[in-house]
Design a binder for this molecule. Structure first.
Ligand SMILES: Cc1ncc(COP(=O)(O)O)c(C=O)c1O
Length: 416
């Protein structure tokens, strides 16, 4: 069979919806400055789907520093991979500052979070080692695990007794192979907003010898007294052996980092294929990240504002009978019951008639019959936005419950 014919006939689980939903449900174009209000198809929407938690993405000071750095250095400098010719003092400075902030000895910059996690896993384990990971882990963890040549065991999401069983199995295997165990979880689970049970996971360290890798993409900047993440919030930062976060969320940029003991970070510097064989982060991204980190550390008002909005939104929705699952973070999932066509009708109604833009997740990403609307509050939102949204959600829920979205063919842009 011709490869092109194959992929055209099998476009993939999301690709099969492309024809009808492209530009609306998938690949929508949000225009204008990054904010709580942006334009979609020419009309202003209240946007709840950007991970711009602290509102730094369009902060005037950040924009100024980004623009100046682009003017001073251009987008190309430095050229080449860090190891060969793409290394600078600013890259090192950012690594030092990140490490100090998350209480680790050293840190290493990564060009992208997704590739970074994949490559950290790849560098840390070999065929003798066993990986034990949470079933709701982000795709970058799943794909990193896919690269692993040895055994891997998955435990049901946050199920600690099951983790114990998998660790027991892993221990038996490593006793014969002579390998080690790597446990991987997220700090804040990006879909459901619940926290990895880091405090309970680390208790197993007394019984089992393993190293813990935490992907804290959504926790960095939002969790803990200083915003140093979920490890700080749970008081177990020291027990996290490999602490990962991306710049794509609170830092509103691009890039990521891994922090750990000095020897381990040095090992990663020399062994992570995603960094050795890729160009280094451009200077404006590094200087921009230094500015963002400075604001994250020294201007607590952004996190305070964020949490005012989070608390108002989550309590407002709960008071109105919404099921928010087990979220303990800013990620605000709203679980509704309905079919996939109902999900698209409802989203369309929300977007066109209430001017609210939020992300929607339906089957097959969540079980059949569940509709997940995912709201991401930010420091840019206002209490009026919250009030308006809670009211709109109450409206759409009554319409859903009364079967309105099932009976009416509201959507003319295809189904999700
Ligand atoms: C939990 C988690 N890990 C990793 C990533 C990937 O990070 P990046 O966007 O920097 O590639 C994301 C999403 O961006 C994420 O949500």
């Amino acid at each position: 069979m011709d490869i092109f014919d194959k992929v055209i006939s099998r476009p993939g689980p999301l690709g099969k919806y492309a024809e009808k939903s492209h530009g609306y449900f998938t690949f929508p174009k949000l225009e204008g400055d990054i904010s709580n209000r942006m334009k979609f198809q020419g009309k202003e929407k209240l946007v709840w789907s950007l991970n711009n938690y602290l509102g730094l993405g369009n902060h005037p000071e950040v924009r100024k520093v980004d623009a100046q750095a682009a003017k001073d250095y251009g987008m190309a400098y430095p050229m080449g991979a860090r190891m060969m010719s793409g290394h600078t003092e600013k890259h090192e400075q950012l690594e030092r500052e990140l490490a100090a902030f998350v209480d680790k000895e050293d840190a290493f910059l990564l060009n992208y979070g997704y590739q970074g996690v994949l490559s950290i896993i790849d560098a840390m384990v070999d065929r003798k080692d066993v990986i034990v990971y949470d079933s709701e882990s982000h795709a970058c963890i799943i794909d990193g695990v896919r690269l692993h040549m040895g055994k891997r065991f998955v435990y049901p999401h946050n199920d600690m007794s099951n983790l114990g069983k998998e660790l027991e199995r892993a221990k038996k295997i490593t006793e014969t192979t002579g390998g080690g165990i790597l446990v991987i979880t997220e700090g804040v689970f990006g879909m459901s907003g619940d926290l990895g049970k880091l405090d309970e996971i680390v208790k197993y360290k007394q019984q089992y010898n393993f190293r813990l890798l935490v992907d804290d993409a959504h926790g960095f900047g939002t969790m803990g007294t200083r915003g140093a993440g979920t490890g700080e919030a749970k008081g177990v930062q020291d027990e996290i052996d490999l602490y990962f976060a991306t710049f794509a969320k609170s830092m509103a940029g691009i890039g990521a980092f891994i922090a750990s003991k000095r020897e381990i970070v040095n090992y990663l510097r020399y062994n992570m294929r995603s960094q050795i064989f890729a160009k280094s982060l451009p200077m404006p991204m590094v200087i921009g990240a230094l500015k963002r980190l400075d604001m994250l550390r020294n201007e607590p008002e952004h996190k305070e504002k964020l949490w005012t909005i989070v608390n108002a939104l989550q309590s407002g929705l709960k008071e109105n009978g919404f099921n928010l699952g087990n979220t303990e973070s800013c990620v605000t999932p709203v679980f509704l019951n309905g079919t996939v066509p109902e999900a698209s009708n409802l989203t369309y109604d929300l977007r066109e008639n209430y001017d609210i833009f939020c992300s929607i997740v339906a089957y097959p990403v969540v079980p059949k019959g569940i509709i997940l609307l995912r709201l991401i509050p930010t420091a840019m939102h206002t209490l009026e936005d919250v009030e308006y949204t809670v009211k709109a959600f109450s409206d759409i829920k009554s319409k859903l419950d009364s079967g309105e979205y099932a009976s009416k063919d509201i959507v003319d842009v295809g189904h999700l």
